[in-house]
Design a protein around this ligand. Structure first.
Ligand SMILES: [Zn+2]
Length: 359
């Protein structure tokens, strides 16, 4: 009789556990998660090893941040990691934006050929970076924006390869504000260290609205383009503004890389608004961090920092614990999203958008 009662109790507990609508901190390791925006700039593998321990799949994103040598080196790192961790590491390719000959047929031919080399190792998307819109200029000194018709052959090529664009266009809105008016300290410290990117100091550059409008116009020009906007599509400051774009562009999704603090900042003011946004757009949001690893990094430090960042974000999305952030003053409560929403944000959306064959 006692055994039967114990069996009934254990069956009841198993049943109620399955029925629980929310994950807890204890579920962290068992749930498959994808960090859809990282930068593996090393052959050492310690980032990937930490990912394996935490049940994370990684998408490493190559960036055209300086020259063709840097693009080549990133491709080597990415291919090495993809080979070493099949089905657990994927990469996004880029190409070196050389402005020589910009606007001519030769330019697009060369760019496409370079891009083709970069995607041939099995890239799952093509990354466009903020150098388009904020650095590159034509021969008259005019900034080249992402919706420039001279870029069209390259965009058409990407579409013909059935690849999405992972686009970091523009910057957070804080970039156009003085340091003391920025909402989060990650922005104020980044722009204090990188004044060349702090647009408040450069009124001669395109405005925040110019960047957003160019990106929106690109999506209007190419309705068949699948587009993942990095960093909450540079609309991190207001979920309503982001919602307008997601409504307007059905092929647009966004990753959250380095912008979760902006969701938390908005949560501190109106948690339900942010929670409802995540539930309404549950098919369009991809978890990502922008974490990176470099050759010179201290293995233990990177592993610890990576693990802590992932754990902290899991806490924010799955529990309703009261939390604080180093990025701004004040407390906020975790969003405690339903399990199915968490699974979409943490893996299913990335698998669908990037056609990942996760093992
Ligand atoms: Zn990044």
């Amino acid at each position: 009789m006692r055994t039967i009662i114990l069996i009934i109790i254990s069956l009841f507990l198993t049943f109620t556990r399955c029925q629980t609508p929310f994950y807890t901190m204890n579920d962290y390791k068992s749930v498959l998660k994808i960090d859809s925006h990282v930068h593996i700039n090393s052959d050492k593998g310690f980032f990937e090893d930490q990912a394996a321990k935490d049940n994370f799949v990684l998408l490493t994103i190559n960036v055209d941040h300086s020259d063709s040598t840097a693009v080549k080196k990133q491709l080597e790192w990415a291919l090495n990691s993809v080979k070493k961790y099949p089905g657990r590491v994927f990469y996004s390719a880029t190409f070196y934006f050389d402005t020589a000959g910009w606007g001519t047929a030769e330019w697009s031919k060369k760019a496409i050929s370079h891009l083709n080399e970069n995607i041939s190792g099995g890239a799952v998307s093509v990354k466009l970076w903020k150098n388009i819109g904020m650095t590159e200029r034509d021969k008259n000194g005019k900034f080249i924006m992402v919706d420039d018709s001279a870029l069209k052959p390259v965009i058409d090529f990407i579409i013909s390869k059935n690849l999405p664009i992972t686009g970091h266009i523009g910057e957070p809105r804080n970039c156009w504000l003085p340091l003391n008016q920025m909402t989060v300290s990650s922005d104020s410290s980044y722009f204090a260290e990188n004044p060349q990117y702090h647009m408040f100091l450069h009124p001669e550059y395109p405005s925040y609205e110019d960047q957003i409008n160019a990106r929106d116009h690109l999506l209007e020009m190419h309705t068949d383009l699948k587009f993942v906007g990095c960093h909450l599509g540079s609309l991190e400051w207001n979920v309503d503004e982001l919602a307008k774009r997601l409504d307007k562009f059905p092929n647009m999704a966004v990753d959250m890389a380095a912008r979760i603090c902006h969701l938390q900042y908005q949560s501190a003011k109106d948690r339900e608004k942010v929670r409802n946004f995540c539930i309404k757009y549950q098919d369009r949001l991809l978890y990502g961090t922008d974490l990176s690893s470099h050759e010179s990094d201290d293995h233990d430090k990177v592993s610890k920092w990576t693990h802590e960042t992932w754990i902290d974000d899991w806490k924010y999305f799955t529990t309703k614990d009261t939390m604080t952030s180093d990025m701004f003053r004040g407390k906020f409560e975790g969003l405690q999203l339903p399990k199915e929403v968490v699974r979409k944000i943490y893996s299913e959306n990335a698998i669908r958008c990037y056609k990942l064959k996760v093992k």
